[in-house]
Design a binder for this molecule. Structure first.
Ligand SMILES: Cc1cc2nc3c(=O)[nH]c(=O)nc-3n(C[C@H](O)[C@H](O)[C@H](O)COP(=O)(O)OP(=O)(O)OC[C@H]3O[C@@H](n4cnc5c(N)ncnc54)[C@H](O)[C@@H]3O)c2cc1C
Length: 461
């Protein structure tokens, strides 16, 4: 439904009255608190924000919003707010789920039941007390729901596949305000669509993820000065196609500003970092990593560590941060691709790109998962991701230009399905993350479960 400005204003005022204390309008402190995103470069201005503290309140918000002709978009942390903020939000109620953060782990079935606003560290803290690990991402404060609905690339990914494949059940509020369950037996088509299709089908209240019996791993990072990037990247390119599935690793070039918050070994420096996890015994892991140790890193922290520490391995920023980023899936990392990457972000490059990353794909990530969802694999050799710090709109614009240039240089190596939506971080042609058949099926599920177009995912279907 398209509403005129006045009608929309009337609708949000009516919604705030129906959901007093939960829905907040522009001009109030709670609205500004609710629209604040983890990516602080994003200035999202929805029609209203909802801050439900119970599923009942959440149901009321969705039911009344839909009845009043408003749209609804769910957000937990706002790590991916840059994409959402590109949509017209003047008829959108932004439902922030941060107050719903419960986690329950059943150590017998090895399943974590996780509420909508929980972050990965919430799950890791409980699961690790049973010697279990979730297929979490590199940052402790990324939301479980947003990450899993977008696929989810973890340090265990080449052995255990996408985190979306570890999802065993989802409960969500539909446009009528009712909670429905989707799993392999109940609403299987919706279950299929949710796992990769993102926040387009309702507001998830609970997600259930299978855990792995991984108590520890041989994990860490090696660091070299930027000048060593060509050798290290060539070693990484040779290593990636032959490495055992038990290894998931990332290569990064990082250019750190001279800010006091950083530790001495990073402040004001440009460095090359290889990090990741090896799910093998110490001797085998040492053998696997020998090509990198032969390059005599300046720092080497790889060792057997509790799996609970893997959320901090990548040194992702612990606080909300302003950034612009974009990524692309590559189908190979041959010598020409290495040269193109180095020309753009290597030691000789004059670039504003703060992080230039290549994460290994392959292994279980390359295979379709039995009973998997809309995104059950990522075909390609690596996901490339580029990030610029963007404290001002001017810095954001310059960052986008710098990233566009790198992406353009890598075009010849793009995989057929060139997008992995969790690493897209900017508005994209969403269908390019899926094959034609899966995209058609996603559109059909969207029409079926949300014919009125109530729900807006950041990557919209
Ligand atoms: C520092 C950093 C590190 C990262 N590391 C990784 C990584 O290692 N691997 C990886 O795969 N990705 C990674 N990502 C990407 C991350 O997984 C995506 O940005 C993801 O969408 C973030 O989820 P969120 O809930 O935290 O973000 P949000 O911006 O809160 O949510 C993202 C989207 O998810 C959907 N959504 C969220 N909650 C709900 C809900 N309750 N119901 C319905 N839909 C919902 C909505 O469409 C929403 O717009 C990283 C991102 C950052 C910034």
């Amino acid at each position: 439904m398209t509403l005129t400005e006045n009608t929309t204003d009337d609708a949000v005022v009516a919604l705030a009255a129906e959901c007093a204390g939960v829905v907040h309008l522009p001009g109030t402190p709670a609205y500004d608190q609710g629209r604040f995103a983890w990516n602080v470069a994003v200035n999202q201005r929805p029609a209203a924000v909802a801050l439900p503290e119970t599923v009942e309140q959440l149901r009321g918000v969705v039911r009344h919003a839909a009845r009043l002709g408003l749209r609804v978009s769910a957000q937990s942390t706002g790590h991916a707010a840059a994409i959402l903020a590109q949509h017209r939000l003047d008829d959108v109620v932004l439902v922030r789920t941060g107050a719903l953060r419960g986690v329950h782990v059943d150590p017998v079935s090895r399943v974590a039941r996780v509420e909508a606003g929980a972050c990965w560290q919430d799950v890791v803290d409980v699961a690790s007390s049973y010697g279990l690990a979730a297929l979490h991402g590199s940052a402790p404060d990324v939301g479980v729901v947003g990450y899993c609905l977008g696929g989810g690339l973890s340090w265990y990914a080449r052995k255990h596949g996408l985190a979306a494949n570890s999802v065993v059940g989802i409960e969500l509020v539909g446009a009528d305000g009712d909670v429905v369950r989707a799993d392999a037996e109940t609403r299987p088509e919706l279950f299929w669509a949710l796992r990769g299709g993102g926040g387009n089908f309702g507001v998830v209240t609970t997600i259930e993820v299978a855990l792995q019996p991984i108590a520890d791993a041989y994990a860490g990072m090696m660091l070299w000065p930027l000048e060593r990037a060509p050798e290290v990247l060539r070693a990484f390119a040779a290593f990636s196609p032959t490495a055992p599935e038990e290894v998931t690793a990332s290569f990064r070039i990082l250019r750190f500003p001279p800010i006091p918050e950083l530790p001495d070994f990073l402040r004001g420096r440009s460095v090359v970092v290889l990090d990741g996890a090896v799910l093998l015994d110490d001797a085998a892991a040492t053998d696997v990593l020998s090509p990198f140790r032969a390059l005599r890193p300046e720092m080497d922290t790889f060792a057997r560590v509790p799996s609970s520490t893997l959320t901090t391995l990548h040194m992702d920023p612990p606080e909300p941060t302003p950034g612009v980023g974009a990524g692309v899936v590559l189908d190979r990392l041959d010598e020409e691709a290495v040269a193109a990457f180095l020309a753009e972000v290597g030691p000789e490059a004059r670039t504003g790109v703060f992080i230039a990353e290549l994460r290994m794909l392959g292994g279980a990530l390359a295979r379709s998962a039995p009973g998997g969802g809309a995104l059950d694999r990522v075909a390609g050799s690596h996901v490339a991701f580029f990030l610029c710090v963007a404290p001002t709109p001017e810095a954001a614009a310059a960052g986008h230009t710098a990233i566009d240039q790198v992406l353009a240089a890598l075009t010849p190596w793009e995989a057929e399905q060139r997008l992995f939506l969790n690493f897209a971080d900017r508005p994209v042609e969403v269908s390019e993350a899926f094959g034609a058949a899966s995209w058609g099926r996603l559109v059909a599920v969207k029409r079926d479960v949300d014919p009125g177009g109530v729900f807006l995912g950041n990557h919209a279907i």
